[in-house]
Design a binder for this molecule. Sequence first.
Ligand code: CU
Length: 69
Amino acid sequence: MTQEIININGMMCGHCQATVEKAIKAVKGVKNVKVDLEKKQAAVEYDDAATDMSKIKKAVTDAGYEVVV
Ligand SMILES: [Cu+2]
């Protein structure tokens, strides 16, 4: 299991937070995700045999938010 923190741009309110959380959770292989609205960060725990960071980042982008590298 891998744990990583990503920075996300564009989250303004609890709705955005929930949208991002849902989008990341929908990625196959993601076990847990916690989005911090104030820090604009998402802590993602995922099975690196089932998914990778690029897929998680793409899910965030597809949901309409920007991943800051
Ligand atoms: Cu919002």
